[in-house]
Design a protein around this ligand. Sequence first.
Ligand code: ZN
Length: 180
Amino acid sequence: MLTRKEYEAAQRRAAAMIEEAGVVVTAEESGRVEVADFGLSRLDQEGAQILTLVATDRIAAKIIVLFEGQTLPEHWHPRVGEDPGKEETVRVVRGTLRCYVPGEDILREGFVPQGKQDAYTVRHELLLGPGGQTTLLPGTKHWFQAGAGGVVMYSFSTVARDILDQFTDSNVQRVTRIID
Ligand code: ZN
C-alpha cells in the first residue's frame, strides 16, 4: 500500500533517472511508470519502478528502475499452459545491478533486506554495470538490487504475465494498492 503522494513521487524520481540515463521516452510514457511495492508497504527497501514499452501476446520490453538499495523481491516466472514461462534478459543502462541467481552463495556487495532471510534464497551474485546483461531462463529464481545511485535497466522478454509470477515471500501481492 502506498499513498498517492508516495506513488507519484516515486514515479517522478524514476522518470528523472530514466532521462539522466539517456533513454528517450515520451512524456506520456514517463507519466505511466508503474510503481510496485509488492504489497509490502516499504517501497524504499523492497519495490521497483517499471515502464512497459511494449507488451504483446508474444514479447515484452520494459525499463526497470531501482533506487539505491532498493530490492526487487525474489521471484520466478512459471510455466503457463504450453508456455514454459517467461524468458527474460536484463541489460543495464546506468548504475550497477546486483542480480541474484541459483548457484554458490557469493553474496558480497549486496544484502538481504532486513528480516527477510527466508524470502531471498538464491545468493549467487552477478554484478552488472552499463552494457552488462544476463538472461534468466524460465522457472529460474532471481532477485535484483540496485547499487550506489540506483540502476536503470532494460528487461526484454517473452510474453509477460506479471500477475502469475511466483514470489518466495508469501506476503507479496503483485498489485499495488494506492490510497488517496
Ligand atoms: Zn523476473
